[in-house]
Write a protein that binds this ligand. Structure first.
Ligand SMILES: [Zn+2]
Length: 55
């Protein structure tokens, strides 16, 4: 008997891409950021602020 019941479970977590819009307070560059330590891609400053998504 060879039961193939040992299928590995693929625990696909639904990791939502939590992209938020940020604005750099140093150069006023707006960019999409992800995570806790977001830095401005333009000037590498961590002096950024989340821009509330508004439509
Ligand atoms: Zn910047």
């Amino acid at each position: 008997m060879c039961m193939v019941g040992d299928v590995p479970e693929f625990n696909i977590e639904n990791i939502e891409m939590d992209l938020k819009e940020y604005v750099c307070l140093d150069c006023e560059n707006k960019f999409k950021g992800l995570g806790n330590s977001v830095i401005c891609p333009a000037c590498k400053s961590s002096n950024v602020e989340i821009v509330s998504a508004e439509k």
